[in-house]
Design a protein around this ligand. Structure first.
Ligand SMILES: Nc1ncnc2c1ncn2[C@@H]1O[C@H](COP(=O)(O)OP(=O)(O)O)[C@@H](O)[C@H]1O
Ligand SMILES: [Mg+2]
Length: 447
C-alpha cells in the first residue's frame, strides 16, 4: 500500500508500528468530530440555560404581579420575551403553565434534532409554570459530519505517514547495517587470508625441506638407472623398480604441494563433517619442519569414536596450525643439549553430550596473567616484528565462533591449554576416513 519494502524488517515490528499508526489515526478520525460535537452541545446548552434562566426571572416577576390572570396575558408575555430572542441561531420559546399547557410562544418550532432547556417560573416560591427554549442542532450535526470527513482524510494521511516513515527509516538503517556487516565480513575474511598467508610464508621454509627429500630420492633413482644403463646392466625388473620409486616420490612431492595449495587458497568450501583427527594430522604435517626445528613433539590422544564436527576443513586446520605454531614459538629455540628430552604439545579430545572438546596443551612457560586477557585481540603479539602478526588467535577465535563453538585459553604453573569446544556433528553420516579434501599425508617412507 505504501510501496515500502518491509521484507527485511521483523514482522513483529511491522505489526506493532502498524497497530500504533492505526490507533493514532482512529483517534484523530474520531476525536476531531467528537470533540467538536461535545463542545458545541455543552456551549449551546449553557447559553440556552442562561437565557432561559433570565427569561424565567422576568416571568416570575410578571407572574408575581398578576398571579390570577397571567395565563391570559399572552400578548404582554410575548412582549416581555422579545428582548431575549435576539440571538444568532433561531430559537423557539414557549411559556407553559403549571399543567404544562402552552400560554405563549415565540419563534418557529426548532427542526429536529434540537436541544430543549426548561427553567421554572415561581409564584411566591411555588412553581407556577416554565420557560422552555429549544434550538435546532442540525447545523452542529452538519459541521460534525464535515469534520468527520476531514478527520478521516487526516487519519488516512497520518496513518500512511506514521506507518511509512518509521518503517522506511528502519529499513534504511537495516540496509546500512547489512552493508556494514558485509564490509566487516569481507574485512575479516581478508584478515584471515592475510594471517594464513603469513603462516604459509613460515611454513614454506619447512615445505622446501619436505620437498627436498623426494626430489633427492628421484634424482638418486634416475642417476642410478642412468649408470646401470651406461654399463649395459639395466634389466627390465630393476628399471621398473627405479621407475616405481620415482613415481612414489613424485606423488609424495605433489601431496605436499597440494596440501599447501589447499591450505593457502581463499576459503569457500561448503560445510561438511570433519574428523578432528584428520585436521590434527593435517596441521602436524604442515608444521613438521617447524616442530622438528624446535625439537617439539606432538602427542595426540584422540579417542577413535570421537564424533565429527561440522564446518570447513581448511579454517579448522588453520586454527590448529596456529595453536601448535604458537606453542612451538613459546618453547623457543631448541636446547643446546641434543640429548635433552623433546618438548611436548599434548592434543586431547573428549565428547560430552552434543559437544566435542579439543585441548592443545604445552609446558612452555605459560602466559602471564596480565597478557592472558589480551591474546585474542587482533594485532596483539609479544613476538618481534616480522615474526608475529598478532592475528592468529583473533582469527582462530572467529573461525571457531563461526562454527558455533568457543575457543578459550587457560594458563597456570607454566603450562598453557587452549580449549576448543565445538558442536558435535551427526554421528550417523559419519564417514569412515578423513572427509576433508586435504590430501592424506605422504604414504611411503622417505629416502
Ligand atoms: N601457547 C602459548 N604460550 C605462550 N604464549 C602464547 C601462546 N599462544 C599464544 N600466546 C601469546 O598470544 C600472543 C598472540 O598470539 P597470536 O594471536 O597467535 O599472534 P602471534 O602468534 O602472531 O603473536 C602471542 O604473541 C603470545 O604472546
Ligand atoms: Mg600465532
Amino acid at each position: 500500500m505504501t510501496g515500502l519494502d518491509t521484507g527485511r524488517i521483523d514482522p513483529r515490528i511491522v505489526r506493532v508500528i502498524t497497530a500504533l499508526a492505526l490507533t493514532v489515526s482512529i483517534l484523530i478520525m474520531v476525536a476531531l468530530p467528537a470533540a467538536y460535537f461535545i463542545a458545541a452541545r455543552v456551549s449551546i446548552t449553557a447559553t440556552l440555560q442562561a437565557r432561559a434562566g433570565s427569561a424565567a426571572n422576568v416571568m416570575t416577576e410578571f407572574v408575581t404581579r398578576n398571579p390570577d390572570h397571567w395565563v391570559y396575558e399572552n400578548a404582554r408575555i410575548t412582549g416581555r420575551l422579545v428582548p431575549f430572542t435576539e440571538a444568532v441561531a433561531p430559537k423557539h420559546w414557549r411559556i407553559l403553565d403549571r399543567t404544562g399547557a402552552q400560554v405563549a410562544t415565540l419563534g418557529t418550532p426548532a427542526t429536529k434534532p434540537a436541544i430543549t432547556v426548561s427553567q421554572p417560573i415561581y409564584d411566591s416560591g411555588v412553581v407556577a409554570g416554565a420557560v422552555e427554549v429549544s434550538r435546532s442542532i442540525s447545523d452542529v450535526l452538519a459541521w460534525t459530519v464535515f469534520l468527520a470527513v476531514i478527520g478521516t482524510a487526516l487519519a488516512g494521511g497520518s496513518f500512511l505517514l506514521l506507518r511509512t516513515l518509521p518503517l522506511r527509516l528502519l529499513a534504511e538503517s537495516m540496509e546500512r547495517l547489512e552493508r556494514l556487516q558485509a564490509l566487516e565480513r569481507e574485512r575479516v575474511a581478508q584478515l584471515a587470508q592475510a594471517s594464513k598467508l603469513a603462516q604459509l610464508g613460515e611454513l614454506a621454509t619447512g615445505m622446501a625441506h619436505e620437498l627436498n627429500q623426494p626430489l633427492t630420492a628421484i634424482t638418486l633413482a634416475a642417476q642410478n638407472a642412468m649408470k646401470q644403463l651406461e654399463r649395459g646392466a639395466l634389466d627390465a625388473p630393476s628399471l621398473a623398480a627405479r621407475l616405481d620409486r620415482i613415481l612414489q616420490m613424485a606423488r609424495r612431492a605433489s601431496t605436499v604441494i597440494d596440501h599447501m595449495r589447499i591450505f593457502g587458497r581463499m576459503d569457500g568450501e561448503a560445510s561438511a563433517p570433519i574428523t578432528l583427527a584428520a585436521a590434527v594430522r593435517g596441521a602436524r604435517d604442515l608444521l613438521a619442519f617447524k616442530l622438528e626445528r624446535h625439537r617439539v613433539r606432538v602427542v595426540d590422544t584422540l579417542p577413535p569414536d570421537l564424533p565429527p564436527v561440522v564446518g570447513q576443513a581448511v579454517p579448522l586446520e588453520q586454527v590448529l596450525v596456529n595453536l601448535i605454531a604458537n606453542a612451538c614459538d613459546a618453547y623457543g629455540e631448541p636446547p643446546a643439549d641434543a640429548d635433552a628430552p623433546p618438548r611436548l604439545i599434548a592434543i586431547a579430545a573428549a565428547a560430552t553430550e552434543g559437544w566435542v572438546c579439543l585441548t592443545v596443551r604445552d609446558e612452555a612457560g605459560g602466559i602471564p596473567p596480565d597478557i592472558l586477557p589480551r591474546i585474542f585481540a587482533p594485532f596483539f603479539t609479544t613476538k618481534p616484528v616480522g615474526q608475529g602478526t598478532g592475528l592468529g588467535l583473533s582469527i582462530s577465535y572467529g573461525i571457531i565462533n563461526d562454527m558455533g563453538g568457543t575457543l578459550a585459553a587457560e594458563s597456570a604453573n607454566g603450562s598453557t591449554t587452549f580449549v576448543i569446544t565445538l558442536p558435535a556433528g551427526p554421528r550417523d553420516n559419519r564417514p569412515a576416513g578423513p572427509v576433508s579434501d586435504l590430501p592424506a599425508p605422504p604414504a611411503g617412507p622417505a629416502g
